[in-house]
Design a protein around this ligand. Structure first.
Ligand code: BGC
Ligand code: BGC
Length: 810
């Protein structure tokens, strides 16, 4: 451990070495968990452990993902746990019904019980990311993402949400939730900002224990990990919300004291409430990957804070420790990790870990300690007595998923989470007895109002039909207005025949998760086409009062949109209960306020698109709306005209290989050989925003975009993202054409010439075609020996729904 005495500390300070030398270590608080050590459990652990073979012990510390493992494998390797990742589901169907999830849980459980154990049969535990309700499963109650919950400032509500989530999980056979996320997010560019409750440690501190109690039940009572409860996970330990530039899986440069006091604020209360697992972070702290950081995992967490549950890894995150790979990492176990999350890498990892134990590279005492912790959690959770998942209390009660009672809790959460940023001339609350136009692409779009980690990992590829127990924002408005005798009309593009009394425009960010949501360049809300802003301006110009409902996973620079609105509501990502919005923005039929605004910003709102990091307590703190801001009815809500000056520079958004007529700086786009064809600038939406590519047909030629430095798209590839190309065929190919090795001749031949189309190719296809996705020098290459005239306007990497096994026919 990096601990120095007072004298050493003084010497460091005197030497002025605080910046350069290893930062002075600190002690973390000594925490007393409400879950006391139970001598009976401890004795049972020892007796089980004694009868385990070394193979069985290694099996316990490996957690495969259901997309890559079968019950037969579980029987053979006796894994301690399995997980269902964001895109993993029974028979590979993200929309599989609840009954299939439960059956699958039973199949895996039975496999673990029918294995040939040397001693006692150890049941596995099945984990999933129920991070805003059990939202991976069709029909579940979907709560607001944590950013919205942060705005409610309501710890008791957080506990209720935990209880509801746990019950719905148990109904479908799960034991273990990878939640709550206790990130204290300090840079709004981070793609996971919405998973964090706040930029301020005090909010995270006040929620952490409550969510744990809701999920696990009250420590010290019979309720604890009893019927209808699941194991909770405090994640991602530690510093995930403080990486430089908000880069996902990046490096947190905080001093040890900042790490503890800001980023670590949620852990002491979570441990005190009895949280049974902690997930290590993908990120690093001052250059060292947490998955290999003994001082943090063993020192801070286990020694200082007395955490005696299990430390689980993140998705192949051990593979990022220097000297490790996805299939080999003694360093992680030796640093204090107790269970590897090894989704697809479990086989090699199992074999190598076994060898490392046999050679002594992993001391047997460390392996035993890891297994003890896993067994302790399983015994505390009564896993040895619970029987098959389908036989437990609440199991199979699928009517619990999205039950009226559960949805009422979610709807309350929505009401409490909304933050009113502008209310000129007190336009809100609206009378429900008027003619209301409801516009914007978020109005009737439950996926968009729910965000990432919803049915699919990225929350994309969904329609309202995938949400049987949910209401869109339009649905809620229509219900309220119709009941009061008014008239609501849905028109996504905002067109109308009879002029309405008021327009509600629902718009914002499209769903994303993890690194896909990183916005390193700016906080500007800027879909390339600006259609939302145009719509707001058009309505305003027509003399219609405009209410904006903004859906987003983060505070964003929306000054032009705020200027173009009379009232502006930050709704974040509210989830399944769109009705919570109409509850607040409409009066009762008798004219009284129905439900006042309650939410207060849990993240500071920027004044400029490049104003990040921006956090309460900063020197020269100068936000547009400060932390804690949120209007109530009756308060003056007019705003002066806001500056619409965009930041200089800007550049292409992340993931764009070609757009707005350019490739990223330092890259190139050319024919190889140069004589093989010609590139000409042409217009689609703006001047020279596209390129017409003409192959002369004089021999094989490739039009290549070369990245500099090479791109690493390996995570995007496992994450099932796609390359998406907007193209127009001006004259069809005379010979076969490939896109980076993938045949696209048919797509080009069948596309009616002269019209714009979108080609979506899963990144996995390029990997199959032999591309090195980790070191991609040419991310885009169209080749043919024949003639072809093709125009492209946009090339980007996104999550798009296509069958991942369809790589195009020649
Ligand atoms: C995420 C974790 C999540 C895990 C399992 C990882 O990529 O970082 O938050 O629990 O996947 O889905
Ligand atoms: C999984 C997620 C995981 C991510 C990490 C996805 O395929 O479904 O759970 O967090 O990969 O790359």
């Amino acid at each position: 451990m990096r601990k120095v005495g007072a004298a050493g500390l003084l010497a460091l300070l005197l030497a002025g070495a605080a910046l350069a030398a290893p930062a002075a270590p600190v002690h973390w608080p000594s925490v007393k968990s409400a879950v006391a050590r139970d001598p009976k459990i401890e004795a049972r652990i020892e007796s089980i452990l004694k009868r385990m073979s070394v193979e069985e012990k290694v099996g316990q510390v490996v957690q495969p993902d259901i997309a890559f493992v079968t019950p037969e494998d579980v029987r053979k390797y006796k894994f301690g746990s399995i997980l269902a990742g964001g895109n993993s589901a029974p028979h590979d169907d993200n929309k599989a019904p609840a009954v299939d999830w439960l059956k699958q849980a039973d199949d895996f459980w039975k496999a673990s019980q029918s294995a040939d154990w040397k001693g006692e049969k150890i049941p596995l535990i099945y984990g999933i990311d129920a991070v805003h309700g059990h939202a991976n499963i069709v029909g579940a109650t979907i709560f607001p993402q944590n950013i919205g919950l942060g705005a409610t400032r309501d710890p008791e509500l957080i506990k209720r949400i935990g209880e509801v989530t746990a019950k719905e999980m148990v109904a479908t056979g799960f034991d273990w939730d990878f939640s709550p996320t206790l990130a204290v997010v300090r840079d709004d560019r981070w793609g996971r900002i919405y998973e964090g409750f706040s930029e301020d440690p005090s909010i995270v501190r006040s929620y952490a224990g409550k969510m744990v109690e809701g999920l696990q039940g009250h420590a010290g009572t019979k309720d604890f990990l009893g019927a209808g409860h699941v194991i909770a996970t405090a994640k991602h330990f530690v510093g995930d919300g403080g990486t430089a530039g908000g880069k996902d899986q990046g490096d947190n440069p905080s001093s040890p004291a900042q790490l503890r006091d800001i980023h670590g604020a949620g852990y002491p209360p979570a441990i005190q409430a009895g949280v049974q697992s902690v997930m290590a972070s993908f990120s690093s702290v001052r250059g060292e990957k947490v998955h290999g950081d003994k001082e943090l995992l063993n020192g801070a967490l286990k020694q200082d804070m007395h955490f005696d549950g299990l430390v689980v890894g993140d998705w192949n995150a051990h593979g990022q420790v220097p000297g490790c790979s996805n299939t080999s990492c003694a360093a992680s176990i030796n640093a204090g990790l107790d269970m590897f999350m090894a989704p697809d890498s479990w086989k090699g990892l199992y074999e190598n870990t076994l060898k490392q134990v046999q050679s002594g590279e992993i001391p047997m005492s460390r392996l035993d300690d890891a297994v003890r912790r896993i067994l302790r959690v399983k015994l505390r959770a009564h896993m040895f007595d619970k029987g098959a998942p389908s036989t437990r209390p609440f199991a199979g009660q699928f009517q619990l998923l999205g039950s009226p009672e559960h949805r009422a809790v979610a709807r309350q959460a929505v009401r409490e989470s909304l933050v009113l940023l502008k209310n000129a001339r007190q336009l809100l609350p609206l009378s429900p007895k008027t003619n209301v136009l409801v516009a914007g692409d978020g109005a009737d779009n439950i996926a968009k109002q729910s965000g990432g980690w919803t049915i699919t990992w990225q929350g994309t590829g969904l329609t309202n039909a995938d949400f049987p127990h949910a209401q869109s924002i339009w649905g809620g408005i229509n219900e309220a207005v119709t009941a009061a005798g008014g008239k609501a009309v849905l028109s996504a593009d905002g067109s109308y025949s009879a002029k309405p009394d008021v327009a509600i425009v629902v718009f914002g960010e499209d769903p994303y998760a993890e690194f896909v949501g990183d916005r390193p360049r700016s906080l500007e809300f800027s879909p390339a086409d600006k259609k939302d802003l145009e719509l707001l301006r058009k309505l305003k110009a027509a003399g219609i009062p405009v209410v904006s409902v903004f859906l987003s996973g983060r505070p964003m620079w929306v000054n032009p949109e705020i200027n173009a609105s009379d009232a502006f509501v930050a709704a974040f990502l509210p989830g399944s209960e769109g009705g919570g919005i109409s509850d607040v923005i409409f009066r009762k039929a008798d004219g009284r306020v129905n439900s006042d605004f309650h939410g207060k910003l849990s993240y500071s709102w920027p004044k400029r698109a490049d104003q990040t990091p921006l956090n309460v307590g900063d020197k020269n703190y100068d936000p547009l709306f400060a932390f804690g801001y949120g209007l109530k009815y009756g308060q003056k809500g007019d705003l002066p005209q806001l500056s619409e000056e965009r930041p200089k520079g800007g550049g292409l958004p992340e993931g764009v290989l070609f757009g707005r007529g350019a490739v990223p700086q330092g890259w190139s786009m050319a024919f190889e050989p140069a004589s093989g064809g010609q590139i000409k600038g042409v217009d689609r939406r703006a001047q020279e925003d596209s390129r017409q590519l003409t192959w002369s047909g004089t021999g094989p030629a490739t039009m290549a975009i070369r990245a500099n430095p090479p791109l690493d798209l390996s995570r995007e590839t496992t994450g099932q993202l796609s390359l998406v190309v907007d193209y127009r065929v001006d004259s069809p190919p005379t010979a076969p054409v490939t896109l980076s090795g993938v045949p696209i001749t048919e797509a080009l031949r069948s596309a009616p010439a002269g019209a714009w189309h979108t080609l979506t190719v899963p990144l996995g296809c390029f990997e199959k075609a032999g591309e090195d996705m980790k070191n991609l020098k040419v991310p885009f290459a169209i080749s043919t020996a024949g003639q072809l005239k093709l125009t492209i306007s946009d090339v980007r990497v996104l999550s798009a729904t296509v069958a991942q096994d369809q790589c195009g026919a020649p």
